[in-house]
Write a protein that binds this ligand. Structure first.
Ligand code: ZN
Length: 166
């Protein structure tokens, strides 16, 4: 496993659409492993392949409930609404308010190309929306209501939830 370099906003690779994965090759399997390692190393809750310069439809997410690997993900249901701060590993140190559906279902394949279905609410729904947007070249900064502000990484004991970086 190896850490990959996270591309930063302004890098054209982040504005391109990703191609589907037809076959899980050893190289793509390595990419998935590296993406997980890179995400955890950066204390992120999600990472999409274009963020490490690879234009393939692969995302990894972990909102604290264990790793989720999604290949060729498609959102098949979204409902409700949530508005809250969002961050991105490609836009370090900043956050901004984004409105997202509060409940989504995503159908995809896992790293073994086995079909998987992920249902998420709140933070997981937000992470799924954020990462799937990356596969279409959409940065959350284009969706922010108002201004970006400095991210606050809270580790207080009052249960204030950190929306995390994706
Ligand atoms: Zn992001």
């Amino acid at each position: 496993m190896a850490l990959r370099t996270i591309r930063l906003e302004g890098d054209p690779v982040l504005e391109k659409k990703c191609r589907k994965v037809e076959t899980m090759t050893p190289r793509l399997r390595q990419l998935v492993e590296d993406m997980l390692e890179t995400m955890y190393d950066a204390n992120g809750v999600g990472l999409a392949a274009p963020q490490v310069g690879i234009l393939r439809q692969i995302v990894v997410i972990d909102v604290g409930e264990g790793p989720i690997v999604l290949v060729n993900p498609v959102m098949t249901m979204q409902e409700g609404e949530q508005t809250g701060d969002e961050g991105c590993l490609s836009v370090p140190g900043l956050a901004g308010q984004v409105t997202r559906p509060n409940h989504v279902i995503v159908e995809a394949f896992d790293e073994n190309m086995k079909p998987v279905r992920v249902e998420g609410e709140e933070l997981l729904a937000r992470a799924l929306c954020h990462e799937l947007d990356h596969l279409n070249g959409v940065m959350y900064t284009s969706l922010v209501e108002g201004e970006l502000h400095e991210a606050q990484y809270e580790e207080d004991e009052e249960g204030e939830e950190d929306e995390g970086n994706k």
